[in-house]
Design a protein around this ligand. Structure first.
Ligand SMILES: CC(C)(COP(=O)(O)OP(=O)(O)OC[C@H]1O[C@@H](n2cnc3c(N)ncnc32)[C@H](O)[C@@H]1OP(=O)(O)O)[C@@H](O)C(=O)NCCC(=O)NCCS
Length: 181
């Protein structure tokens, strides 16, 4: 694990990296081409609303190489907040070197200092075995809950790979990494 790895809270200046990571993750794990306008606003709106959650980023040599998002969900049973971990991404060339492990250890430290936090939760795609192994290795346990959802019909945010969008084919989708800082 690189000693120089720094985990810190994301600021508005990190938005372009967070957008690029989300787009890369959706392409890689769900073959979805996220619409830049929607994911861009989604990232920036959370950065403006710290009461709802925050992003943590992993930085190596001044370069942002990984990130995750935390949002809060009230649990009346436990009289406290679950921290939901979402949008987890580590750049491919830095994987399997303990970057996620370090980001999660950092979150656990933050949560330990915050009496309102009762624990962590996350959901993961059924066939994303690598992420499932990562979460198991971090000490999390699979729950007996399933996730259900019902999106309003007007909510649109991605093009499935292989379908047409504005005359272009989304299977050409490729995420360009933003320049650092
Ligand atoms: C899942 C992901 C975040 C893991 O990040 P990472 O920094 O490579 O993970 P770490 O190096 O901290 O791994 C910690 C442990 O998780 C497990 N693990 C991680 N990657 C694994 C893999 N490819 N296969 C099996 N186990 C794996 C191992 O137990 C590992 O410990 P070890 O290397 O000492 O054996 C990264 O692969 C990624 O960004 N994937 C694409 C996006 C994604 O799937 N996000 C999750 C959406 S829910």
């Amino acid at each position: 694990m690189p000693a120089a790895l720094k985990i810190r809270r994301a600021t508005r200046r990190d938005a372009k990296h967070l957008v690029a990571f989300n787009r890369a993750m959706a392409l890689e794990t769900e073959r979805k081409d996220l619409w830049p306008r929607v994911i861009g606003a989604g990232v920036r709106n959370l950065l403006r609303r710290p009461d709802s959650g925050f992003y943590s980023v992993a930085e190596l040599g001044g370069e942002v190489i990984g990130a995750l998002m935390v949002t809060k969900e009230w649990s009346d049973w436990r009289n406290g907040d679950f921290w939901w971990i979402q949008s987890v991404y580590v750049r491919p060339e830095h994987r399997r070197r303990g970057v996620y492990r370090r980001m999660y250890a950092h979150l656990k430290k933050l949560a330990a200092r915050d009496r309102a936090v009762v624990g962590f939760r996350l959901y993961v795609e059924q066939n994303n075995r690598r992420a499932q192994s990562t979460y198991r290795a971090s000490g999390m346990e699979r729950t007996h809950y399933l996730v259900y959802e019902h999106l309003k019909p007007a909510v649109r945010f991605f093009t499935p790979i292989g379908r047409k969008r504005g005359g272009r084919f989304a299977q050409r989708a490729r995420v360009r990494w933003p320049t650092q800082a």
